[in-house]
Ligand binder design. Structure first.
Ligand code: AKG
Ligand code: FE2
Length: 393
């Protein structure tokens, strides 16, 4: 009986790795993060489900749906193409009280510029103020964000709070407040196909390492995060995609370093579940006893409303933002690909005029110099001062 010769031992060994063929890092499958615990484990964000009293969340949803009729689709030049955002957006400012907690002050000039920046430099009217129901929600959200901020380690370039000798908006009401939502940007995604592409938020008025509180109302959508891998790790690991289902009345807090290390998107979906508001539209009261058949007033909706509450830092006030040679406020971005000790330390200003100027910018470019530009106080400055005082005792 013919026998086949045993395979040589050499044929069973893998060839030695060639210096030319570098093995690519393994692609990681997307990970779904449907619970607050999982979100905290894998990302610099925290998720809070049922953040507002249900009746307030529902009333805010109806108010913002009505407001959304006036919102715009952003338009900007991307290279040589004029593109339009696949969702509608609105920008709001919050009335602040002066240092004595008395007269309400509205620095319209500054906020108008900030609103124009939100619309990619397009001329816009003065932004609207928070509607009363949004103010009510904001007070609750602000308290939760400040509680979280007090628990988390902070980054050196984060805002350290008002210096003791400086008057602060809202007087006494602000004691212990590190983060105050003074503006809000709102988005409406109608149907499964409306979306926002991958981006990180411009830091122009937020400054480095901002905290952004993002409230979801209406239909559930996926909020997707993906890390930007630093250049020196590109051959070592691949980014993972994280999918967070953001349900009605959930708050996703994007803590410091989310904008520096990750990009985020709300992608188009094949389908969505319609949202059935838990209360009828009419007000007041919201109680079901007010109507013989409240079901008749409840219309299912295919919209998701998102409100991002933001703290525009006093040391990044519109009057302090460098202008490029085109004469418009520069945009501030983190140098995401270069990280040292796991941290982005470098940020730069660059010309933003191309967004409205047929894609042509003036090439203006400048590294952010916190001290040189007179900004702060930052967490790192305060910590360094305390350390110095302790060593000199
Ligand atoms: O709708 C969302 O959850 C995200 C919105 C967003 O990324 C933005 O407004 O910058
Ligand atoms: Fe964003």
């Amino acid at each position: 009986m013919p026998t086949t010769p045993p395979p040589s031992i050499l044929s069973r060994l893998r060839p030695p790795p060639s210096s030319k063929t570098k093995s690519k890092p393994k692609a990681l499958p997307p990970l779904s993060l449907p619970s607050p615990t999982l979100v905290s484990q894998h990302t610099p964000c925290t998720l809070h489900t049922s953040i507002l009293p249900p009746e307030l969340a529902c009333r805010l949803f109806y108010t913002m749906l009505d407001e959304a009729k006036e919102w715009k689709r952003n338009k900007w030049w991307l290279f040589d193409r004029l593109v339009e955002s696949p969702h509608r957006t609105g920008f709001y400012t919050r009335m602040e009280r002066d240092g004595d907690g008395g007269e309400e002050v509205d620095e319209e000039g500054g906020w108008k510029e900030a609103a124009q920046f939100w619309y990619n430099g397009r001329e816009t009217k003065a932004p609207s103020q928070f509607p009363a129901v949004m103010e009510e929600a904001c007070t609750i959200i602000e308290r939760v964000v400040n509680e979280e901020l007090r628990k988390r380690p902070r980054f050196p370039l984060e805002w350290a709070g008002y210096p003791p000798d400086q008057s602060r908006p809202n007087g006494d009401r602000d004691s212990g407040i590190l983060w105050r939502a003074n503006v809000a940007a709102s988005n409406c995604y109608e149907g499964a196909k409306e979306s926002v592409g991958y981006h990180s938020d411009s830091l122009t008025y937020l400054g480095p390492y901002p905290t952004i509180a993002s409230l979801s109302l209406g239909t559930t959508r996926i909020f997707r995060l993906r890390e930007v891998i630093p250049s020196d790790e590109i051959n070592l690991r691949q980014p993972r995609t994280y999918n967070i289902p953001v349900t009605h009345n959930s708050l996703l807090i994007m803590h410091a370093s989310t904008q520096e290390k990750f990009k985020h998107t709300v992608p188009p979906q094949p389908t969505i579940d319609l949202f059935r508001p838990p209360f009828p539209r009419q007000s007041p009261p919201f109680a079901s006893s007010s109507s013989s058949n409240p079901d008749h007033q409840i219309e299912p909706s295919n919209c998701r409303i998102n409100i991002t509450f933001r703290f525009y830092r006093p040391d990044f006030h519109p009057s302090t933002i460098p202008r490029c040679k085109c004469g418009v406020p520069a945009v501030l971005k983190p140098d995401m690909k270069n990280r040292h000790r796991g941290r982005v330390d470098r940020f730069w200003w660059h010309c933003n005029a191309g967004a409205q100027n047929e894609g042509k910018d003036c090439g203006f470019w400048k590294v952010l110099d916190m001290k040189g530009e007179g900004r702060g106080p930052c967490v790192g400055d305060v910590e360094a001062r305390v350390e110095q005082e302790n060593t000199s005792i």
